[in-house]
Design a protein around this ligand. Structure first.
Ligand code: 5AD
Ligand code: SF4
Length: 437
């Protein structure tokens, strides 16, 4: 038997990239993963292009590998993900030590690309091919898995928000067929997975083919609900306009669906929402939140916010703060607007950087305060925790509640993969402390 070569993958950006990195590692047979670039035979950067300086960061990261390549001329270096898609050949032009560039829709072609790189040729593929990459990315046999996993069900986006590169880097919206997803889910469960997070850039726009016609995300969730051994279902990221009645209802009636929803709004100003091409209003969003809370009163809401979008005034920003106060978020991600080449908003005048910075600070202070209050409100409550791994202290285990709060338990008799009732006794900075009930 030949000793396997070593593959180092560094993943940037969203959860879909985490999923893709796993699939790429599986596709590259003959390699085993290593946690450091130092002893790697192949380094793969799985990149993100969503915000500023992504490409620059990649180039400087690549620069750091120069010494490794000098020491080991057989080392192959690849760039995957959305920067690869956006920059293409330019990457090899600017950084000639890169051997391989592969866009998100071409990962199933990695083995051929790798072989080409081994022959000393530059390997580049940023097509949007017709064939289903997931069908060609069959998992290698049966490595056991941790208790939680991502599963991509939908990819790409047709919404074209004015600030966003996703429709260009990930392409048009495509849903995977229901039976493939169910097969993959059962396979994950056999390998120890208890919780699956369904992924898609626009996951609630899911409309996958099945024998009985097209199925929605809610229908897919109900099909997954019947998978024995699967205990928890989550999905992310959703668009407000695709939150259908049946999906809202599922939050009230499907016990495996966790009480957590990531529902980005981006801005609380109708004027800015319109300029963002978001196709929902402040009011329609707030009414939607109301209906979701009617179905599932304890649901923890999470959002994305952009400050400093072109032409955002003080009054627009105040509207965003106001919306945040009205919703009360338990989790949030906020960003300063970053012009992305090729998107419509990149052509417009920018808000002064100092103003945008100050707004971001103010917004984050409010969101942090809300998140802390929501986390603190868990103290005294009993929640179910899915234990994932040992904690920092001996005898301690850590896991997640249904609300996605990290929970640690000292002297814990629960094993990895167990779901146990826990009474929350303290709220510390980044997690909750509890005792088994
Ligand atoms: N500038 C800043 N934030 C952005 N996002 C997407 N594009 C941009 C951009 N050009 C944010 C949005 C989105 C999240 C994934 O990233 O809030 O929901
Ligand atoms: Fe980007 Fe999300 Fe808007 Fe699609 S819906 S364009 S992924 S921000």
């Amino acid at each position: 038997m030949t000793t396997p070569k070593k593959l180092y993958i560094k993943t940037y950006g969203c959860q879909m990239n985490v999923y893709d990195s796993e699939r790429m590692a599986e596709a590259l047979e003959g390699y085993e993963q290593t946690q450091t670039p130092d002893d790697a035979d192949m380094i793969l950067l799985n990149t993100c292009h969503i915000r500023e300086k992504a490409a620059e960061k990649i180039y400087s990261e690549l620069g750091r590998y120069r010494v490794l390549k000098d020491a080991n001329p057989d080392l192959k270096i690849g760039v995957a993900g959305c920067v690869a898609q956006a920059e293409g050949e330019e990457i090899i032009r600017r950084q000639p030590m890169v051997d391989l560039v592969v866009g998100p829709q071409s990962y199933h072609r990695l083995p051929e690309l790798e072989a080409k790189a081994q022959r000393g040729e530059k390997a580049l593929d940023t097509d949007f091919p017709e064939e289903d990459k997931f069908e060609h990315l069959k998992a290698r046999p049966k490595a056991s898995r941790g208790p939680t996993a991502f599963l991509t069900v939908q990819e790409g986006c047709d919404k074209f928000c004015a600030f966003c590169v996703v429709p260009y880097t990930r392409g048009a919206e495509v849903s995977r067929p229901v039976d493939r997803i169910l097969t993959e889910a059962r396979d994950l469960v056999e390998r120890g997975v208890r919780e699956i997070t369904l992924l898609g850039q626009n996951v609630n726009a899911y409309h996958g083919a099945s024998e009985s016609g097209e199925q929605s995300l809610a229908q897919l969730i109900w099909a997954l609900d019947k998978v024995d051994g699967l205990e928890r279902i989550r999905f992310t990221t959703s668009h407000p306009n695709d939150m259908t009645d049946e999906l809202i209802e599922a939050h009230g009636t499907c016990s495996k669906l966790m009480p957590y929803l990531h529902l980005p709004v981006q801005s609380g100003s109708d004027r800015i929402l319109k300029r963002m091409n978001r196709s929902h209003t402040r009011d329609s969003y707030l009414r939607l939140i109301e209906r979701i809370r009617e179905a599932r009163p304890d649901i923890l809401l999470s959002g994305d916010f952009i400050v400093g979008f072109p032409e955002e005034s003080d009054a627009d920003f105040a509207d965003t703060l106001d919306l945040i106060r009205e919703v009360n978020y338990g989790q949030a991600y906020s960003f300063k607007y970053s012009p992305r080449p090729g998107t419509p908003a990149a052509e417009r005048g920018e808000v002064e950087a100092a103003v945008a910075d100050a707004r971001l600070q103010e917004l984050q202070a409010l969101l942090t305060q809300q998140q802390k209050a929501v986390q603190d409100s868990m103290v005294g409550r009993e929640v179910d925790v899915l234990f994932e791994k040992p904690g920092r202290d001996p005898g301690q285990m850590v896991g997640k509640s249904g609300y996605l709060h990290a929970v640690h338990v000292d002297n814990c008799t629960a094993a990895r993969g167990d779901i146990r009732r826990v009474k929350i006794v303290q709220s510390v900075r980044n997690s909750l402390g509890g005792v088994l009930v």
